[in-house]
Structure formats: structure tokens, C-alpha cells
Ligand binder design. Structure first.
Ligand SMILES: [Zn+2]
Length: 304
């Protein structure tokens, strides 16, 4: 071989090497939405390659995966989804796969509650009762979910068991403190009724705290239009119970809340359901704990 040919060969090898993606040997974890993403991040940090399918700032309820995203799930070492109405598409992916996917459904980790239609709520006709999917809104549920995720991660990386266990323990400590904070607020509340001018994704939290609620629409309602009679009913509740505030949720146009505010003079407060976060919040590293602590202070204001 001439020197020139050898040079070319070495150059090619160097280029090929330089162009190749560095091999990422970490386990790949794919999750559907933000709560799971944040829990895994808290337990495993950089030990896993973590991907959230529903991108920050986008609506969770109408999500449909692309072909590439389905492929990512099929190749994941662990897939975490909720398993409720908004996740119906996962059944198809999991059933269609030619190999068993290592998957965790949050609804199967907790004691799932049925979606509830309370007085005044504008329910969708002929909708069969489904399990309410917003399991993460209860800190107690979050603890059970974190324990399950920790165990699954340890199975993937037994050599990291010490780190994963320690991270999970510290995080569960914070979730316990959050749970106590909510219960303390409920225990010292001056009133036990709250009003949501929105969809109602807080079934598990309200159930934990034993609070009475009224809301415009059920948890994952695709019905965006709130009727005048529903708004009138919520206004009446705020007036009769002399409530100081009404809740709206993230990514809302806040129109119904504004209508209630202008009719009653009450205040509107954000209760963040943590389905997803905005792009700005995501980039700023906002966590489930950050949002839930803000929720606790909003609730404190609403029941006092
Ligand atoms: Zn939802």
C-alpha cells in the first residue's frame, strides 16, 4: 500500500469515527407526559436516557404518536404511561409489538377512582364511566408511583441500586412533606368547598383532602364550550358559599373564570394540574414539586 493510500484509509477511519454517534449505553426510558418525566428525572437523573413524548407546551389530551415515536417506544428499556382515556393509543402500540414491552401504567399502580360527575357539571352524553386518569394530583399516589418506578429502574440497572434508592428516598421525603402540607391546609380550612371554572383534573387530590367541589366540566372533557347555565350554577355556588376565589387551570383561556369573577367579585387562582408544563417552565427546570407547592398555597387562599 502506498503512503498516500494509507493516509486516505486513516483519514476515512478518522472521519467515520468522528461522524458516528457516540454510543449511549444508558437505559432508555420513554414516558408519555410530564409527571412521569419529572419523577424519573428525580430518581435517576442522568443515569437514563429520558424522553417525554408529549412536548412541553402542547396539549396532552389530543396526543397521537408519530411513526418515529412509536418506534422509540418499541425500542425503549422502560415505557411509562398513564393508561386512561387520553392514552388509548398505547393499547394499540403495546398489543401490536412483536415483543413484550417493559411498561408501567400509572392507573395500575394506584387505587384508581372512577371519574365523577357532580351537581352542575356539564357531562358528556353517553360517556361510560371511566377511571379518572389524573392519579398524580394526589401526593400519596405520587409516592406509590415513585416507589414503583424506583423498583423498575433498579431492575434495569442493579449496579446503580444504591444511588437510585437514595434519590428515591429523598424525593419521597419531599412528597410526604407536600402531602402533610395539603392535609394541614384542609384541617385548618375555614371552608370545605371549592369551585373550578374549568375541566376538573383534581379528583384524587380532592378525594384525599375530603373537600367538596363544583366544576364546569369533567376531568378530560373534550367539550370546550361551557354553557351559560353551567356558568350561572357556578356563580350561584360562589355567592351562596361566599367563596373568596374560583380556580382555573393551566393552558386555559380563563373565560369562564373571568365571567364568574365579574359576576361575583371573587378572585381567580391557578391550580396547575401538572399534565404538562409550558416550554418556558420546562426550560427553566420547573418540577412537579414546584407546581404542587404553588397549588398548596392557592388552595390555602381558597379555603380561608
Ligand atoms: Zn387529563
Amino acid at each position: 500500500m502506498t503512503a498516500w493510500a494509507l493516509c486516505l484509509l486513516l483519514l476515512c477511519a478518522a472521519l467515520a469515527c468522528g461522524h458516528a454517534e457516540p454510543e449511549d449505553a444508558r437505559p432508555s426510558v420513554v414516558v408519555t407526559i410530564f409527571p412521569q418525566y419529572d419523577f424519573i428525572r428525580a430518581i435517576a437523573g442522568d443515569l437514563v436516557k429520558l424522553e417525554m413524548l408529549v412536548k412541553p407546551g402542547s396539549e396532552v389530551h389530543g396526543f397521537d404518536p408519530t411513526f418515529a415515536e412509536v418506534s422509540t417506544i418499541l425500542h425503549a428499556d422502560l415505557f411509562v404511561y398513564v393508561g386512561g382515556e387520553s392514552d388509548r393509543w398505547t393499547e394499540d402500540v403495546l398489543n401490536r409489538s412483536d415483543h413484550a414491552i417493559n411498561a408501567i401504567s400509572l392507573l395500575e399502580v394506584v387505587d384508581a377512582l372512577d371519574e365523577e360527575t357532580v351537581e352542575g357539571m356539564q357531562a358528556e352524553e353517553e360517556e361510560e364511566t371511566a377511571k379518572d386518569e389524573h392519579v398524580w394530583t394526589s401526593p400519596k399516589n405520587a409516592i406509590r408511583i415513585v416507589e414503583t418506578l424506583r423498583d423498575a429502574l433498579i431492575k434495569l440497572m442493579p449496579e446503580e441500586a444504591g444511588t437510585l434508592s437514595a434519590n428515591a428516598e429523598r424525593y419521597i421525603g419531599e412528597l410526604n412533606a407536600l402531602d402533610e402540607r395539603f392535609h394541614d391546609i384542609a384541617a385548618h380550612a375555614k371552608r370545605s368547598t371549592v369551585v373550578f371554572a374549568e375541566r376538573f383534573p383534581f379528583r384524587y387530590l380532592m378525594h384525599d383532602l375530603g373537600l367538596t367541589y363544583y366544576a364546569a366540566l369533567p376531568g378530560c372533557s373534550s367539550n370546550e364550550e361551557v354553557s351559560l347555565s353551567t356558568i350561572a350554577f357556578l356563580i350561584e355556588r360562589v355567592q351562596e358559599e361566599q367563596l373568596p376565589s374560583v380556580f382555573y387551570i393551566e393552558f386555559s383561556d380563563e373565560k369562564v373564570a373571568d365571567a364568574i369573577v365579574s359576576a361575583t367579585g371573587c378572585k381567580k387562582l391557578l391550580l396547575h394540574s401538572c399534565h404538562n408544563v409550558s416550554k418556558a417552565d420546562f426550560d427553566a427546570g420547573v418540577t412537579y414539586l414546584d407546581l404542587m407547592k404553588q397549588n398548596a398555597e392557592a388552595l390555602r387562599e381558597a379555603v380561608n
